[in-house]
Design a protein around this ligand. Sequence first.
Ligand code: IPE
Ligand code: IPE
Ligand code: MG
Length: 265
Amino acid sequence: MTVDTAADAVIASAPDPRVPRHVAIIMDGNGRWAKQRGLPRTAGHREGVKSVRAVVEESRRRGVTTLTLFAFSSENWCRPRAEVTILMELFMATLRSEVRRLNENGVALRIIGERGAFSEKLQRRIAEAEALTAANTQLNLQVAANYGGRWDIVQAARRLAVAVQSGQLNPNQIDEQRLSTELSFPDLPEPDLLIRTGGEQRLSNFVLWQAAYSELYFSDVLWPDFDALAYGAALDDYAHRQRRFGRTGEQLEQTCAAGAHPHGR
Ligand code: IPE
Ligand code: IPE
Ligand code: MG
């Protein structure tokens, strides 16, 4: 694209409101994918890593700047012990095999969730991967592991309580803005688009607070089959949505005409 005038330069650098800045994905359907093929559930989890690569790559290509992937929920500890063990091993192995490539591609990796429950070794590996990639700017990739939306709100409430107890914070100062600064990713925009694959239409305790105004997209495609094309279809669907944030469609048309970005924060 050629930029002719200063005004064109501003337009060229402004984020395109049709592209979600932050996409959050509930990667569901690995077990069913495997079952359909007469394979153990864990084969579906292994295959799912390919879809992770595909959505990371497509996110960078389409200009999504933050991607949050739900890999293991607070509730997934209830699964058979052997499956939990294999999921942890896969997490560890994937960190080992993918971090270099992510780093080369300018991806900043962050793990959100209660990491104290992981083995010391896994916690160390997570910290190393985060430190290595921290300065990267192409894509913020958050992997939600041992994450629960309720846990996130509870840990934020606890931190506020500690601040009140120590006299640093007055309870009257606690509002939505203040509470959200204690959540897992206060420095990043809230998810604009939340995708769930695998056919179920529920949040399963994912980003409860932060998804208050996310656009929802449910796909019947099982996660291991969710490729760049299927992801692209979700992004294209988002591009046609009108996000009203409580306002009327007419009000939005006016603000858009005045050049305001229709997104929230
Ligand atoms: C999602 O796939 C992966 C995790 C929850 C770790 P599932 O394992 O839930 O697959 P289904 O829903 O049983 O098909
Ligand atoms: C949600 O999937 C968690 C992840 C994708 C990591 P589940 O398969 O665990 O969700 P439910 O239990 O069927 O709602
Ligand atoms: Mg599932």
